[in-house]
Design a protein around this ligand. Structure first.
Ligand SMILES: C[S@@+](CC[C@H](N)C(=O)[O-])C[C@H]1O[C@@H](n2cnc3c(N)ncnc32)[C@H](O)[C@@H]1O
Length: 218
């Protein structure tokens, strides 16, 4: 797998990843991490978890990756790595994920989490262990007016999302349990740059959080 450590891209082999993964009780994968601020926040808050930020674009990862790979005495975080890969082609050996986040997706990632790319959803599920929790936060302005990636899906609401999006997600092993609008404090708590950027350019930022379980055992 292609690990970003700053300006450098280094190869992280499946065995090396497995050794790293084995040091932590849980592993959170943030897909479409952008500039990686959300995983930075998670890794600081949860030193007992391995946190992985993954994005198809590598350049925005550099700053956070430089911080993460610094010496722990200088603020580096041993439990945080950044990977450069598209969600459609996850690196071989990326397994053991116990929690998956997809925050403010756009492009093919948005299309995928809306159920239009079953192979992407199945690939992400394959990286997860049983009963992995997922959090997807949708920027509802993608429907106002609709961007091409939302396809035929009407804007989801807390009432409609489980019925409209649930079946396609379920077919790939994702059980959608709940959908809820996020308040300003909850959006801020995600510590992502996109929510901050969008919030400053709009009076109100409407975000719908989808939560559920991947590979449910029950
Ligand atoms: C609107 S930004 C959100 C970034 C971050 N999650 C946040 O909330 O600040 C969407 C991100 O998804 C990434 N992305 C889009 N399609 C992707 C795909 N197929 N695989 C991985 N990343 C993807 C983009 O490169 C971009 O960084």
């Amino acid at each position: 797998m292609r690990r970003i450590t700053g300006k450098q891209v280094v190869d992280l082999g499946p065995t090396e990843f497995a050794d790293l993964r084995a040091q932590y009780a849980g592993a959170v994968l943030d897909v479409g991490t952008g500039d990686g601020k959300h995983p930075l926040h998670l890794a600081r808050a949860h030193p007992d978890r391995l946190v992985i930020g993954l994005d198809a674009a590598k350049d925005n990862l550099r700053k956070a990756a430089t911080k993460a790979s610094a010496n722990p005495k200088k603020g580096g975080l041993a439990n945080l790595i950044y990977l450069w890969a598209p969600a459609e082609q996850l690196p071989a050996g990326l397994t053991g994920i116990t929690e998956l986040h997809v925050l403010m997706p756009w492009g093919s990632l948005l299309r995928g989490v809306l159920g239009s790319d079953p192979a992407m959803l199945a690939g992400l599920a394959a990286a997860c262990g049983p009963d992995a929790a997922f959090l997807i936060t949708l920027n509802l302005h993608a429907w106002r007016p609709p961007v091409p990636e939302v396809g035929e899906h009407p804007e989801p609401t807390p009432e409609s999302a489980v019925e409209d999006l649930g079946p396609a997600l379920a077919a790939a092993g994702w059980r959608l349990d709940a959908a809820a609008y996020l308040g300003a404090d909850e959006i801020a708590a995600l510590a992502t740059s996109w929510t901050r950027r969008l919030n400053s350019s709009r009076d109100q930022l409407d975000v719908l959080a989808l939560t559920g379980v991947i590979n449910p055992s029950g």
